[in-house]
Design a protein around this ligand. Structure first.
Ligand code: SF4
Ligand SMILES: [Zn+2]
Ligand SMILES: [Zn+2]
Length: 321
């Protein structure tokens, strides 16, 4: 089958759009979607200047998503002195998994000549995820601990690095899953928070002064296409799964979405675009009677912003001690 836009052979077919694209036109289409998302989400402020550049910290795990995001953003902004990219990698202390993906991050940052910071749970908190899984004092899934620690470090270092934006490589499948999970859990306040934390255009989000705003400019690109892009560009991406991966519910939703997408191509796109619209309306509604932000205070242990006396990270660390 030929490419829809030239005579070369197609390397991919997207059932949701009907497109057949060759290597070059496929890569171009991925890059276009990321750039369009950067524009639509207003990520580059109008007053950004080369003298006072924006610092964008990218959560760089070494998996295909963050590696592709970093590469496309680098290609987009390499000649633009208004944006400075920094890769931030977090080592959770997972034997045989994170070591190799850290190598991928180091290699990528060197190739692209961008600043790269590496932080670890061990150095920051004196714990390793492999041991946390053994101890498991709260009787929880590994990811429930790991997510709290990761969020804490991303926020802390984004702040320390003077980030204007914290970017992560969530793709279309990830975000459609989260959207569906939030719907199915019936948690409307979670949907409003999702909009203000990472989804809405920057100009439309409720100001959250305590947190560095987040963005997910890869969320229009399906997971398979991210993988194909990484492969065609021969990027140093690490593919094995974390041995502690344990989000069982997300796995069920993922399977459900695969099946729906197979029979009704375009389902992920429509779920996410409908969700974003609803999330914007819900966020407005919640912000009108915004009691919530008034409840924020500083953790007595570490000073980070929290709704309780001791933040979640500090209470988990205490039970692990
Ligand atoms: S899969 Fe879970 S345990 Fe493994 S790195 Fe991700 S959040 Fe941590
Ligand atoms: Zn072509
Ligand atoms: Zn704390």
């Amino acid at each position: 089958m030929d490419c829809n836009r030239c005579d070369a052979e197609a390397v991919m077919h997207a059932a949701y759009s009907g497109a057949h694209l060759c290597d070059d036109h496929f890569r171009e289409s991925v890059e276009k979607r990321v750039r369009r998302r950067v524009r639509r989400d207003d990520l580059v402020p109008k007053d950004a200047t080369p003298d006072d550049p924006e610092t964008w910290v990218i959560g760089l795990s070494g998996g295909k998503d963050s590696v592709v995001l970093t590469t496309v953003l680098h290609d987009t902004f390499a000649e633009d002195p208004r944006i400075e990219l920094v890769g931030l990698t977090i080592h959770e202390g997972i034997e045989g998994y994170r070591d190799e993906s850290v190598d991928a991050c180091v290699e990528l940052a060197a190739d692209l000549e961008i600043r790269h910071e590496l932080v670890s749970y061990e150095e920051e908190f004196g714990i390793r995820m492999d041991d946390v899984v053994e101890d498991d004092p709260e009787n929880m899934a590994a990811c429930a601990y790991c997510g709290v620690f990761r969020r804490d470090l991303l926020e802390k270092y984004a702040d320390e690095l003077g980030a204007d934006l914290l970017l992560t490589g969530h793709n279309l499948d990830d975000e459609a899953q989260t959207a569906l999970m939030n719907f199915l859990e019936g948690d409307v306040s979670q949907i409003a928070k999702h909009f203000d934390a990472s989804l809405g255009p920057l100009s439309e989000r409720e100001d959250q002064e305590e947190f560095v705003p987040r963005a997910k400019p890869l969320r229009d690109v399906p997971e398979k296409e991210v993988a194909l892009y990484a492969h065609l560009e021969d990027l140093p991406a690490h593919i094995t799964e974390c041995p502690h991966a344990s989000e069982a519910y997300r796995g069920e939703i993922q399977q459900l979405l695969y099946d729906l997408e197979e029979n009704h191509p375009g389902t992920r796109h429509s779920i996410l675009s409908g969700y974003e619209e609803v999330a914007g309306i819900v966020a407005d509604e919640f912000n009108d009677d915004a009691e919530e932000s008034a409840d924020l205070r500083e953790c007595v242990e570490c000073g980070s912003t929290t709704t309780r006396e001791r933040c979640r990270k500090c209470s988990l660390l205490e039970s692990l001690a």
